[in-house]
Ligand binder design. Structure first.
Ligand SMILES: Cc1ncc(COP(=O)(O)O)c(C=O)c1O
Length: 366
């Protein structure tokens, strides 16, 4: 089976881990961890952010972002429903209400017009998601947020290396959250990063990451243990160095698939928007006009040929049992996309021949 994603771990990562284990310094809890510090510095430089804080998951990054943005009980946060559940889960954990809005059917990212329609006196923030590694349309979102004094959190968990309007994604947000989960463009096994240009937010985030402690055993705010271990940071340093190579291979595979699949009239292919570069975390196509059953059947056929096609995401969050109470309106484009999309493997271990095989096999089923 060609899996939908595969971690790219080599000798360098293994050596880096062994070195940390031999050093005996396993945590950055007391500020003694050189790996976490270096990883943060390297990542901040890569995304051109003033501050980067390594954490132990993308979900932790999102939770810290929501709390540090001052979102409290009964506040409203506008976000897409067509995303991984963590985007909404952290809003609910903070006691606030997720207000789900629809997406642009071409890019699958949150629709700026729909954001504006959903704003009330209780709205405190917007979360935009760079889904599949395609940047959300941040300029109009920034304008809306400024007009209504809202914070913007960008969920860039899938977008390491993506560019929006000439800058790494995150440039238009107040806080940006990244994931290094095993499937991501770069990984530390589990792990995450939070980036911001705001000194005050960075200070609050630093406190939240470590029990709200300004000094040892003296908490000034409510925090958590969201620290990244040294072993993970050591892997992250190597992965970040290798990321440009991973991105180039993903792009090459994406272009190969597009060259094959552009013949299929009933497929909507992923396209980079003007002024954007995708990180190509997922190559997601839409089977135009298909029912859920028809799409699922094509995915099963691909699997039977050894192609690990997957659906991201079969159920929008507002239709999940745990989140139905937050349902407002029908999200037509979101619900349609959840029925019609599926993703194909383009990760760096997919060879050119395999990419051609994936494209030709799919064409033969259409
Ligand atoms: C869009 C999105 N948001 C948030 C997350 C959560 O990240 P993590 O799995 O590192 O907690 C992920 C990844 O799994 C994701 O894809």
């Amino acid at each position: 089976m060609i899996p939908i994603n595969a971690p790219q771990i080599g000798e360098e990562e293994i050596e880096a881990v062994v070195k940390v284990l031999k050093s005996g310094v396993l945590t950055n809890a007391l500020g003694a961890g050189p790996m976490v510090e270096k990883f943060e510095g390297d990542f901040a430089k890569f995304v051109k952010a003033k501050h980067a804080l390594a954490v132990n998951s993308g979900t932790a990054a999102l939770h810290m972002a929501v709390v540090s943005a001052g979102i409290r009980r009964d506040d409203e946060v506008i976000l897409p429903s067509f995303t991984f559940v963590a985007t909404a889960e952290t809003v609910v954990l903070a006691g606030a209400k997720p207000v789900f809005v629809d997406i642009n059917p071409e890019t699958y990212t949150i629709s700026p017009e729909e954001i504006e329609k959903a704003i009330t006196s209780k709205t405190k923030a917007v979360i935009a998601v760079d889904l599949y590694g395609a940047p959300a349309d941040m300029k109009p979102i920034r304008e809306i947020a400024d007009k209504h004094e809202l914070k913007i959190i960008e969920d860039a968990a899938q977008a390491h290396g993506a560019i929006y309007s000439g800058k790494p994604v995150g440039a238009y947000a107040d806080i940006t959250c990244w994931s290094f989960y095993a499937s991501k463009n770069m990984t530390t096994g589990e792990g995450g990063m939070i980036t911001t240009n705001d000194d005050e937010l960075a200070e609050t985030l630093r406190l939240i990451r470590c029990h709200g402690e300004k000094q040892k055993y003296m908490s000034t705010i409510i925090g958590h243990n969201y620290r990244m271990p040294e072993i993970e940071a050591a892997i992250g340093i190597v992965q970040l160095r290798r990321l440009p190579g991973f991105l180039a291979k993903r792009r090459e595979n994406a272009e190969r698939l597009t060259a094959k699949l552009c013949k299929a009239e009933n497929l909507q292919l992923p396209r980079e928007q003007p002024n954007c570069r995708n990180s190509w975390y997922l190559y997601t196509v839409r089977l135009k006009g298909a029912s859920r059953a028809k799409r699922d059947a094509v995915v099963e056929q691909l699997k039977s040929k050894g192609i690990g096609a997957e659906v991201y995401y079969p159920w929008p969050i507002h239709l999940m049992p745990a989140y139905r109470r937050f349902r407002r309106l029908r999200l037509t484009e979101t619900e349609k996309a959840a029925e019609q999309v599926f993703s194909l493997p383009i990760h760096p271990s997919v060879s050119a021949q395999q990419a051609d095989f994936i494209g030709e096999t799919l064409l033969s089923f259409l």
